[in-house]
Each structure stands twice: as C-alpha cells, then as structure tokens.
Write a protein that binds this ligand. Structure first.
Ligand code: GLN
Length: 549
C-alpha cells in the first residue's frame, strides 16, 4: 500500500503556525482511524538543527533514534502520541550532503549534477520515504515562506510530485495570513492573493487555503479568497487565533478541514473522530482549580521557544493536576547567596533547565541549594541534574571546588566529567549521546513510585555525566542514585529522601510528554508544587486546611 500525501506550505510571513496546523490535521485524521505521520523539510543549510543556537531556532528536539530535529516534531509527537524519527526531519544541508556524497562516489555516471533534477530528486525520494512504512497519509510541512530563495527546490519537488503521483494521492494546503487593519476595520486579502500567485508562479496550485486571522472570516471574504485564489469556497479555511494550541484540532474540525482533505484524497474508510481523551484534557486545562508558580532557571529566559517541550509538558501535567502552572523565567546569572531567597520568593517549585556552557551556573547551584535546604520542590533536567550533583558535592560532601569539567576543566573534584567515548570527539554535529537509552530504576525509590516500573527508556542529549568515582561518597551522604543505565553504569537519576520532592535526571523527560500521556515526572512535580503551595497557604493563614473545610 502506498501512502497519500498532504503538503503544507506557508505564505506572507513566518511563524504562522504551519506545524500546529499540520499537527492538528494529523490529529483529526488519526482520530478518524487513519494511520498518519508528519515530516518537516527545513530549507536551511545546517545538516540538522543540533548546531543551532536556541536563540536562532528555538529548542532542538531529539527523537528516539537520536536525531536532532526541529521543534515542530515535538508538536507532532505531543498531538499524535506517536514517535517520530530521523526520517521525519530533513534539511537542505542533509539533501546536499547526500547528493555531494553520491557525486564523490561516482553515482551520477559523469552527468553534470544540478538542482533540477538531482537535488529535487533527492528531496522527492525523502518526501516519499515514509510511504514505505504503511502510513495511510504522510503530511509534509515545508519550512520557510513561499518566495524565499531557499525553499524553491522544495516547492519545485512538490510541483513535480503533484504531476507524478495519482491526482487523488496528493493535496496541497497553503497557510496564509489575513491581516486585520484596525484603521480600516477590515480584513485584507491582498497579501494572500499575492502569496498564492507566487506559489502558482512556482508551479504549485493549492487545493486548500488556511487563513490565519484575528477575526472571523465573513462569507464574503471567503468567497473573495476563493475567487482570487482559484479554490472552492469550502476550501477556504478559517484559522482564527486560539487561546491554546490544543484548541486548534477542534477549530479545524469545525471548519471541516479533515473532511475536505479526505474527499480530495478519495478516502472513505474513516469513522467519526474519537477525541474524548483530548476533550477531557481541554476541559481540565480550561477549568483549573488553583494556580501554582514554577521558577524555570535557565539562560535563554527571554525566549519561549528555547524551552518549548518543558513548557508544553507543564501544560499537560497542569491539566492532569487540575491546576494552572504559571512558569516564571529566572535568569540564573543574577542569583547570589544574598538575593536567592528574594528571587525565589513565591515559587512553589524550581526547575533547573538543560543547557550548555558556564554562563549562569553559579546562580543555578545557589538556587538548587536553596530548594534543597528549604523543602522547595526541585526538578533538574540534564544540566539541571548536574548542578544538583555539584551543589551536593560542595555543600554536603565538603568538596568546595567540585565542578563539571565542562565549566572548569581543571577542577580537582570533577564530580561531573566528560563521558569516556566523548573524549576523542572533536566534531560538533550529531556527536553527543543522543536518543533513547534504557534505564533501570531502584525499587522503592521516589523515581520508582513516580514511574510505577523499574524499566524505562528516555531520550538524551549530553556529553558529560555523573562521575562514578564519587558514587560511594555521594550515596553514603544521602544522595540516592535511583536510576542507572545497565550497560554502562551511567547515573541517570538522583534524588533525595527527607525532602518533599527533589529529583534530577540526566535525560529529557519533557520530550516524551504528550497531551494524552503527560510525563509522570512532570505530573508528580506539579503535584508536589501544589502540595507545597497548599501547605504554605495554611501557614500563611494560620489555620489548618482541614479546619477550613
Ligand atoms: N552540557 C551538559 C552536557 O553536555 C548538559 C546538556 C543538556 O543539558 N542537554 O552534559
């Protein structure tokens, strides 16, 4: 069986939310019983986003098979609850790398290697790759905006596939912006007309126009867009601003986006959408019983996208706990022993984020110490876990100079050290310990009670690790290493007893949290923060919670 293909292009401006629209459509099709996947083609020349600064492109999302990918893949997984892989994210760099390697191996038999057909053939090969894996539908999102020089070969590949695939196997959705001009009190269709014209000039005619808009589209506007853009009126879809991205599948269902796609693709074996679990999540999300505040300590605090998966995992876990999680960004560079109590005042939990490099680490260590000593729920992820280990070494083991060799290569107590296999690596791209590895959890530990199992698999992205030379010292002083990789002995989880909630993990649980399966660590962290908030309220009010009931 071959798959049917839906291509999603974007026009007028970037950041319109192609990833969310693609994920929402995929969710609806999945809810109707179809087997769907999504892939993203990014026009930049980096081979993958792993080497990109989060300021440039947001978080780097890691798949089970260890691919460093665009953050949109995170949305795909969070919406669909199915794992993506290396094949789901392709960049111009990856395409050229393959073509140039082929050329060096003499595979083109003396031909002049050109953008058309060699680059476009490689793009098409990769666009069709997932068809062999039994999906009913493959949705392909083309990054960038139509008209960009970089995206031309991708649009050209779509043009060719529109001809090569049977007509009922291929569909193009163009996402565009309908701006509202306050002065004129009017929605304007002209940018969309231009954008569709640009796409047509490149040889691709869209079947469906999805219109991002602040205001509802009137019938007249829909008719006008249909007329100028040469699509049926029913194929003009309104994508009005939503209060949460998780509303978008339902909004798209109201607009019948899924049904229009199914009709064009001539798919008839579907049922009514099964979205009960999704609906229950939304109900809880929208009716929180209380609010808690979590401090997120990192260095990219001005940038929401840098911690995308963490923020989304808090939304999932918050709904599960029926509370609104307000995440406040705290810049670790400005935390000192003198001001830490003031900086962390009012928080119900502290998350120390993943990261790289020395900047802001001393502030993070001070914040961890504060959380440990004051019973403030603490959750450390990757670098955050390493900070917790350093803090414990300095303040409990008395190893005052303890550090990670990432921050101080000459430290006399390298409690966090470069992994052995990393020592010979010089190249930066795709060379960290990446992807899913198994971890065995100690029975009876906090981690065990959270996961409810002793065998887990989580995703990684790091070069440094807990130095097992100090293992006994740590354990004897009360730091529990409750999760380890069986093959290497690498410490994956540390926790403290005699603390309401103190846990650090070397892996990235946020990458596996989805709407329908919120991650248990986030769920329990939020629960602990909620309990912390309740307890403090009791103290503040001077009455027991039970007396109030
Ligand atoms: N810089 C640390 C390491 O490479 C932590 C990485 C991370 O937080 N993702 O081990």
């Amino acid at each position: 069986m071959t798959s049917k293909h839906i291509f999603v292009t974007g026009g007028v401006t970037s950041s319109l939310g192609k990833g969310i629209i693609a994920a929402s459509l995929a969710k609806l099709l999945q809810a109707r019983g179809l087997n769907v996947t999504i892939q993203k083609f990014d026009p930049y020349i980096n081979v993958d986003p792993g080497t990109l600064n989060p300021y440039e492109h947001g978080e780097c999302y890691v798949t089970d098979d260890g691919a460093e990918t665009d953050l949109d893949l995170g949305h795909y997984e969070r919406f669909l609850s199915t794992a993506t892989s290396q094949a789901n994210n392709v960049t111009t760099g990856r395409i050229y790398e393959t073509v140039i390697n082929n050329e060096r191996e003499g595979k083109y038999l003396g031909k002049t290697v050109q953008v058309v057909p060699h680059i476009t053939d490689e793009i098409k090969r990769r666009m069709l790759l997932l068809s062999q894996e039994g999906f009913d539908i493959v949705i392909t999102e083309i990054g960038g905006t139509v008209g960009d020089i970089e995206s031309l070969p991708f649009i050209e590949a779509v043009r060719q596939l529109q001809w090569e695939l049977p007509e009922e196997d291929c569909l193009v959705i163009h996402l565009t912006l309908i701006p509202y001009l306050k002065a004129a009190k009017e929605l304007k269709t002209k940018p969309t007309q231009h954008s569709v014209r640009q796409l047509s000039q490149e040889g691709v005619h869209p079947d469906i126009i999805v219109c991002r808009t602040e205001e509802a589209l009137s019938d007249d506007i829909r008719k006008k867009i249909a007329l100028f853009c040469n699509v049926k009126t029913e194929a003009v879809i309104e994508a009005v601003d939503a209060s949460t991205i998780y509303d978008v599948p339902l909004l798209m269902m109201e607009e019948r986006l899924d049904l229009i796609c199914l009709k064009k693709l001539n798919i008839t074996n579907y049922h009514e959408p099964e979205l009960e679990k999704w609906g229950r999540f939304l109900d809880k999300l929208k009716a929180p019983k209380r609010k808690i505040t979590i401090g997120l300590i990192g260095k990219y605090v001005e940038l929401q996208d840098a911690y995308k998966s963490i923020l989304e995992a808090f939304i999932h876990a918050g709904a599960m706990n029926e509370c609104k999680v307000q995440v406040v960004n705290i810049h670790s560079e400005y935390i000192t022993q003198e001001n830490v109590a003031e900086k962390l005042d009012g928080l119900h939990g502290l998350l120390v984020a993943p990261g790289f490099g020395n900047r802001g680490t001393e502030g993070k260590i001070i914040a961890v110490q504060y959380a440990r000593e004051n019973g403030l729920p603490f959750f450390g992820i990757c670098l955050g876990m390493q900070m917790a280990v350093i803090e414990f070494a300095r303040n409990i083991l008395g190893l005052k100079e303890a550090h990670s060799t990432e921050m101080n290569p000459d430290t006399c107590d390298a409690v966090i050290d470069l992994m052995e296999e990393q020592k010979k690596i010089t190249s930066k791209g795709g060379t960290m310990r990446l992807g899913a590895y198994p971890c065995e959890i100690t029975p009876g530990s906090l981690a065990h009670s959270i996961y409810g199992t002793t065998q887990i698999s989580e995703r990684h992205r790091h070069r440094w690790e807990f130095n097992n030379y100090y293992l006994e010292q740590f354990e004897n002083a009360g730091l529990i290493t409750s999760g380890k990789n069986c093959d290497t002995g690498l410490v994956e989880i540390v926790e403290l007893a005699n603390h309401p909630f103190f846990i650090g993990v070397q892996y990235h649980p946020e990458l596996k949290s989805t709407v329908e399966n919120p991650h248990p660590l986030f769920v329990h962290f939020v629960k602990a923060a909620k309990e912390f908030a309740e307890k403090n309220e009791v103290v503040e009010n001077g009455v027991l919670q039970s007396e109030m009931m």
